[in-house]
Write a protein that binds this ligand. Structure first.
Ligand code: ZN
Ligand code: ZN
Length: 393
C-alpha cells in the first residue's frame, strides 16, 4: 500500500513537468512505469489530461485516453473541462480526440461559456467549427442496424466510419468534398444509401424537440445534395473509361463549379448550384432557412458559398486575411502558383483542377511589367525563386 501511493505521488509529480515541457519520451516512461488509473490531479485540481489538452499535445492526450483517463473529470476552480482547455489550445485534433472519448460539448465553465464559445473568444475559428460540427459515431451507427420490418439496414456497417469522417469535415467547399470523396470511393459506390441516411439524419435533427439542431440538419441536407450531384455525374460516365473514372468525376464537377461568370471573376455557376441547395431544404419554417434566404435575397448578396459556410461553421469576424486554396477553399494552403505567385493551392491536384481558370490571369500577371517600387517590396527569397523560374522557363 505504502509503496503504491509513493509510486503514484512520484508519477503525479513528474507527469505534470513532462507535459509542461512537451517531453513525450519522459511522458511515455512515466506512464509505462505507472500501473493503475491516470486521473492525476495537480494542486489546482487540474487533471493531467487537461494539462495535455491545454498544451495542444495530441499524442499525450491520446495516450492518456488510451489508459482510461476520464475525459469529463476535473476539479478546476472555474469548472473548465478538458475540452475547454483543448478549445483554448486551438488544436482541432485534440478537440476531436476528446469529443470521440465522450467529452460533453455543452458543459459550461463558471462564467457560463461552453468550450466552443471559449474557442471563438480567443479567435480559434477552426476549433469552433470542429466542436460545433461534431456528432458522435453512434448517430450514424444507429442506421447500420436493422430497424423494425427492415431486411437490411439503411447504411452498410462498413460505411459508418467513412461517413462519420465525411460528416465531421469542417471545409464544406463542394470541390473539397468531391476531392475527399475521391479518397473514400465506398461512399460514392453506395451513394444512394448514403444520401438516404443523410436525409434521415437531417429529419432527425429537426424533430428532437428542445434539442433540435437546425444547423446540423442543414449540413446533412447540404452533404446529401453535393453527393447526389457528384453521383449523377459519375453515373453518366460511360463504362469504357473505367480507369480514370474517379479522376474525371472530380474534374467535371469542379469545372462546372469553378468556371467564372461573364465578369471573369464571380462564380455564377457555383452560386446557382448552391442557391438551389438552400431552396431545396425541406424545413422552410426554421430560423436557419429564413436567415439564409434573406441574406441571399438582399440587395448586394454575398456569394452563396459564404452564406452556407457562415451557417454551418459560424460567423467570422472581419479579420479574414487568411490565405486559402483557389480551388477548394482550404485555409493556409502549402503551395503558390510558381509562375505568378498570386494564387495558392493545397497541392498539385488543386492547381491542376484550377488551371483552366487561372491560365489567362497567370499569363497576364507574370508578363505585366513590374511596378517601379517592386524592388523595395520583394523579399530576397522570392526574388531568387523568381530568377530560378526565369532561368528554368
Ligand atoms: Zn485545395
Ligand atoms: Zn499563376
Amino acid at each position: 500500500m505504502e509503496t503504491k501511493s509513493e509510486e503514484k505521488s512520484s508519477a503525479e509529480k513528474t507527469i505534470f513537468d513532462a507535459i509542461a515541457q512537451n517531453d513525450l519520451v519522459e511522458f511515455k516512461n512515466i506512464l509505462a512505469q505507472h500501473k493503475g488509473a491516470v486521473d492525476f490531479f495537480d494542486e489546482n485540481g487540474m487533471t493531467a489530461l487537461q494539462h495535455a489538452a491545454y498544451k495542444g499535445n495530441k499524442d499525450m492526450v491520446q495516450l492518456l485516453l488510451d489508459r482510461g483517463a476520464d475525459v469529463n473529470s476535473g476539479k478546476h476552480e472555474y469548472n473548465y473541462t478538458a475540452l475547454h482547455f483543448g478549445a483554448l489550445s486551438g488544436s482541432s485534433e485534440v478537440c476531436k480526440l476528446l469529443l470521440d472519448a465522450g467529452a460533453k460539448s455543452t458543459a459550461t465553465n463558471s462564467v457560463g461559456r461552453t468550450a466552443s464559445q471559449m474557442a471563438a473568444f480567443v479567435g480559434n475559428h477552426h476549433t469552433v467549427a470542429t466542436i460545433n460540427n461534431y456528432i458522435p459515431r453512434s448517430e450514424l451507427s444507429y442506421y447500420s442496424a436493422v430497424q423494425g420490418q427492415q431486411t437490411e439496414p439503411y447504411l452498410p456497417a462498413i460505411l459508418v466510419d467513412p461517413l462519420h469522417k465525411f460528416v465531421l469535415g469542417v471545409n464544406i467547399h463542394p470541390v473539397r468534398l468531391a476531392l475527399n470523396l475521391q479518397h473514400i470511393p465506398s461512399l460514392l459506390d453506395n451513394a444512394e444509401k448514403v444520401i438516404k441516411t443523410l436525409e434521415l439524419l437531417c429529419k432527425k435533427e429537426m424533430t428532437r424537440g428542445g434539442d433540435t439542431n437546425e444547423v446540423m440538419a442543414f449540413k446533412y441536407h447540404y452533404l446529401a445534395y453535393v453527393l447526389r450531384e457528384i453521383h449523377n455525374i459519375r453515373d453518366k460516365k460511360p463504362n469504357s473509361d473505367k480507369d480514370d473514372k474517379k479522376h474525371d468525376v472530380v474534374e467535371v464537377f469542379s469545372k462546372k463549379l469553378l468556371k467564372p461568370g461573364k465578369d471573369g471573376v464571380s462564380l455564377d455557376l457555383m452560386d446557382t448550384f448552391l442557391k438551389d441547395c438552400v431552396r431545396e431544404f425541406p424545413f422552410r419554417e426554421c430560423t436557419t432557412f429564413h436567415q439564409m434566404v434573406s441574406s441571399l435575397a438582399s440587395k448586394d448578396p454575398p456569394p452563396a458559398l459564404s452564406v452556407i459556410n457562415c451557417t454551418i461553421n459560424g460567423q467570422r469576424g472581419f479579420v479574414d486575411a487568411i490565405p486559402y486554396c483557389s480551388t477548394c477553399g482550404e485555409e493556409k494552403p502549402a503551395k503558390k502558383c510558381s509562375k505568378c505567385k498570386s494564387v495558392q493551392y493545397c497541392d498539385r491536384e488543386c492547381q491542376r483542377l484550377h488551371w483552366f481558370v487561372h491560365k489567362k490571369a497567370c499569363n497576364r500577371e507574370s508578363s505585366a511589367p513590374a511596378p517601379s517600387n517592386a524592388k523595395v517590396n520583394i523579399d530576397a527569397n522570392e526574388l531568387s525563386s523568381e530568377l530560378q523560374n526565369l532561368v528554368a522557363g
